[in-house]
Design a protein around this ligand. Structure first.
Ligand code: FAD
Length: 313
């Protein structure tokens, strides 16, 4: 099912929802550990799962494998991220055909960042920006895929002209996007103001705020540096003071995420997209404390049976 339809239904019903983002682990053991976590987290009832794509196709096989498992084994509607910079058309087509074969109908269409030690390569296919990928998928696959795009409440980090950046964002949506997932939000007021601006400019597709429960000081620093998002001073100071104590960092991260989810919901957002970093405890804590999820029993028998087949395979 298309994620945009699920989002519209959830928004119309006013039922709070959440989605979970995973990245493909590098090792078999890492993947096995992640499958165990996903099986448990699936019982919390996410609206959908999303799986990241490595720059230039570096994780193509692993992303597809994890997407297939989320969709086919764990029964989660799955969004496959797909970046287009430094990818030729054949690679993009292979990824989309693989998604189709795995029963995946949802793609988050992205430009992506430059792969490590490479320059941006546009290539003959002309995939310079995410809008080019959206247009290409629409032209070649019609309405088969439901397409999401990334939105940046504070503007994209490479752009010096925030108005122009917003115009490009509007173009990307107009090219055929069905939903938006935002950049990580640490300051909920910035998200709420940007969402209102999107609506004023006629963007009427679902927009889901991205939330990261901080789980380690190092990963927080790296993500804050890469995304250049505004982190409230109070949160920065708390994390800085606790940086030698992993559990204290997790506690602060979860408490801040709970507060952000509550504030976003109070401002009208029905749900959030959680970056899990493939970990379970903080995410579960945030979902339960913010009232977005409770345990919803064991997986459906069909899912459990499929899982056994997968294990045998
Ligand atoms: P675009 O929308 O193409 O924008 C990129 C830049 O180009 C912006 O500065 C914009 O202003 C500018 N621009 C756009 N159109 C034009 C134009 N016509 N002319 C000139 N300039 C233009 N990265 C990964 O590698 N893998 C992932 O799985 C992944 N998942 C993500 C999920 C989310 C929710 C988000 C927010 C980001 C994700 N990223 C991922 C990071 C993303 O790839 C980077 O932020 C990247 O730098 C921009 O991608 P984009 O699709 O937003 O680019």
């Amino acid at each position: 099912m298309k994620v945009s339809e699920k989002l519209r239904q959830a928004i119309a019903s006013g039922e709070p929802f959440f989605s979970l983002e995973f990245f493909p682990p590098k090792t078999e053991q890492g993947l096995a550990n992640l499958y165990e976590r996903i099986e448990r987290m699936a019982r919390l009832g996410p609206l959908f799962a999303a799986v990241t794509w490595g720059a230039g196709g570096s994780t193509a096989q692993r992303t597809l494998e994890l997407c297939s498992a989320c969709q086919g084994v764990f029964g989660l509607e799955t969004v496959m991220h797909l970046t287009c910079t430094n990818m030729d058309q054949a690679m993009v087509d292979e990824a989309l055909e693989g998604a189709k074969e795995a029963g995946i109908q949802n793609i988050l269409a992205l430009r992506g960042d430059r792969p490590r030690n490479q320059e941006y390569q546009i290539g003959a296919n002309g995939f310079a920006h995410a809008a080019d990928l959206v247009r290409y998928i629409r032209e070649k696959y019609g309405d088969y895929f439901c397409l999401g795009v990334a939105g940046y409440p504070e503007g994209h980090m490479e752009s010096d002209d925030k108005d122009l950046d917003f115009e490009y964002f509007k173009e990307k949506v107009k090219a055929g996007a069905d939903f938006v997932i935002s950049q990580l939000v640490f300051d909920h007021e910035l998200f709420t103001a940007w969402e209102a601006k999107c609506r004023e400019h006629g963007i009427d597709i679902p927009i889901v705020p991205g939330i990261l429960p901080v789980q380690s000081y190092q990963s927080f620093r790296r993500l804050a540096f890469l995304t250049k998002v505004h982190v409230p001073v109070e949160l920065q100071e708390q994390l800085e003071a606790a940086k030698a104590n992993d559990q204290a960092v997790k506690d602060i991260g979860a408490a801040h995420a709970v507060e952000a989810v509550r504030a976003l919901r109070a401002a009208g957002a029905c749900g959030v997209h959680l970056t899990t970093l493939n970990l379970e405890n903080s995410v579960r804590r945030v979902l339960q404390q913010s009232g977005l999820a409770g345990e919803r029993g064991t997986p459906a028998p069909a899912v459990a049976a499929q899982k056994r087949e997968w294990d045998d395979f």
